[in-house]
Ligand binder design. Structure first.
Ligand SMILES: [Zn+2]
Length: 232
């Protein structure tokens, strides 16, 4: 079985973004956080995340894109896939959901930035489709992990979301709450991922403001946590 690194940073690791929040110490913070996984922060592959559903295959050529400055990040992308070892993929979130996909059989990984817009555009389903196409991944072999995000305990949305999400909307006291994990889980399940291979840590970025960043709570100057994934 191939080995993989899957991790996300916490507030204690500080801001990981080069485009949001106070970015002055972000490179140093990335370096410190990634050192514990023996990942060179200069190799990181980052995107200009766009709340869309573009999935990008990355290889040696993309290694280091967006690692040292935001300008060199890969444009208009919200999910990465690779079958190349030693290429650390990263997504940045504060409430949005990071989704980690791992195929141990044909060693390959995918990392997704799933906010509501990308979720509505079925980004997790599309990433799995790309893994099937590029790596001949059998969805039954896939492990899918869900990182920290705002949860339906806190994620109040407008009523019109009923049209966008036939599933995943909860109603409490005339208010509507979205369960991002449920919708993305469903997409994975419909692509053939086994229920017992999906793991949700259940961490709410809004409830746990001491541990994570929450865009909803902190507003436009909010920092970002980083999810990172790499085949060893
Ligand atoms: Zn919550």
């Amino acid at each position: 079985m191939a080995e993989v690194i899957r991790a996300f940073s916490w507030r204690i690791h500080r801001n990981m973004s080069l485009s949001c929040g106070d970015t002055r110490d972000s490179l140093k913070s990335r370096k410190n956080f990634l050192e514990s996984f023996r990942i060179d922060y200069r190799h990181l592959v980052c995107a200009k995340q766009a709340h869309g559903s573009n999935v990008k295959y990355v290889g040696q050529q993309e290694k280091g894109s967006g690692a040292l400055d935001y300008d060199s990040a890969i444009p208009d992308t919200d999910a990465f896939i690779t079958d190349k070892p030693g290429i650390p993929l990263a997504v940045f979130t504060a409430d949005c959901l990071p989704v980690f996909l791992y195929d141990p059989k044909n060693p390959a990984i995918g990392l997704v930035h799933a906010g509501w817009r990308s979720t509505r555009q079925e980004i997790t389903a599309k990433t799995i489709e790309e893994m099937i196409r590029e790596f001949k991944t059998d969805p039954e072999d896939l492990y899918v992990d869900f990182g920290p995000s705002i949860r339906c305990c806190c994620y109040e949305v407008e009523k019109k979301f009923e049209e966008y999400f036939p599933l995943g909307l909860k109603q409490r006291d005339d208010k509507y709450y979205l369960d991002l994990v449920e919708v993305n889980k469903k997409q994975a399940q419909e692509k053939g991922v086994r229920q017992e291979r999906m793991l949700d840590l259940g961490l709410c970025t809004s409830c746990r403001g001491n541990d994570f960043y929450s865009f909803r709570k902190e507003g436009k100057d909010c920092a970002r946590l980083m999810s990172v994934m790499m085949l060893k």
